[in-house]
Design a binder for this molecule. Sequence first.
Ligand code: ATP
Ligand code: MG
Length: 305
Amino acid sequence: MTLTEHVSAHSAPSSEIVFDISDVTLRFGGVVSLNDVSMTMTRGEILAVIGPNGAGKTSLFNSLTGVYTPQEGRITVSGRPGDPPVSVIGKKTHVINHLGVARTFQNIRLFPALTALENVKVGVETRQTSGPVAAMLGLPWQRREERESTAAALALLRDVGLGGRVDDLAASLAYGEQRRLEIARALGTNPGVLLLDEPAAGTNPVEKRELAELISRINAERGVSVLLIEHDMKLVMSIAHRIVVLNFGEKIAEGTPQEIQRNPTVVAAYLGTSAEDAAGQAEQAPELNLIDTAPASHHEETGDE
Ligand SMILES: Nc1ncnc2c1ncn2[C@@H]1O[C@H](COP(=O)(O)OP(=O)(O)OP(=O)(O)O)[C@@H](O)[C@H]1O
Ligand SMILES: [Mg+2]
């Protein structure tokens, strides 16, 4: 696969806005994690957020999902097609999830002692009505919901390629399988937009390729908009419609994969040199600079959040 060859045909992004992010600043004491960041995400697109370690990528995800509350700026979301935009600022994570926003985490967060099926059912059941009391009493509609959630979870597991691991404990799955299981669980909440924080971290090249295909398929077949943080440039370049680059909390570039690969400011951010020096290097090997300098390998081993 060449860098610019896409894994599959994509659903064409529309003009409807999913996330509208304006002038967002997030500080932790003296650390500015996001500095006056503005960007929009359009319905149907796979939008990648890239940048060196500590650039603010996870902080952005956390600001979009109610984990962090930025001190300044506005963020609205329209989770599912046709939903009116609502502010996420000050909303709790589970409320934003109900609005159609699901995510996975940089450090895998599964229930290790539950089976694959049970992990996905946790996602599915967040959108059901029965509470624990109905569950204990085994009321008829609760039993129906139980059957439905099992069926939905099984379908999702098959869809992500885990149909043969349904009853295995999450902890016993290979790393790449756990990453897929997290995606299945997130899809269980029936999101309109899926936020993936380094879904390929720690996986091998074959698993990376399979993940790229899975993400493209989720986007094309389910119509789910995907916001993707990923250090693996080959993966990003193969599936993203558009890329936003963060560095030291600031948005330094946005554009198509081709534009970003040739952008001297972006290359400089990854190389830690001046844009002028990077421009010369980018000219000599226009497609290779980003690929060869992305700090993917050392980062994957740490997996810090
Ligand atoms: N809860 C927090 N408390 C204090 N500082 C934080 C917190 N969360 C993030 N930061 C800081 O904000 C900056 C951006 O961190 P963030 O995790 O968003 O980067 P990142 O782009 O996701 O990096 P990586 O590629 O390593 O995952 C870092 O300096 C980090 O230390
Ligand atoms: Mg991060």
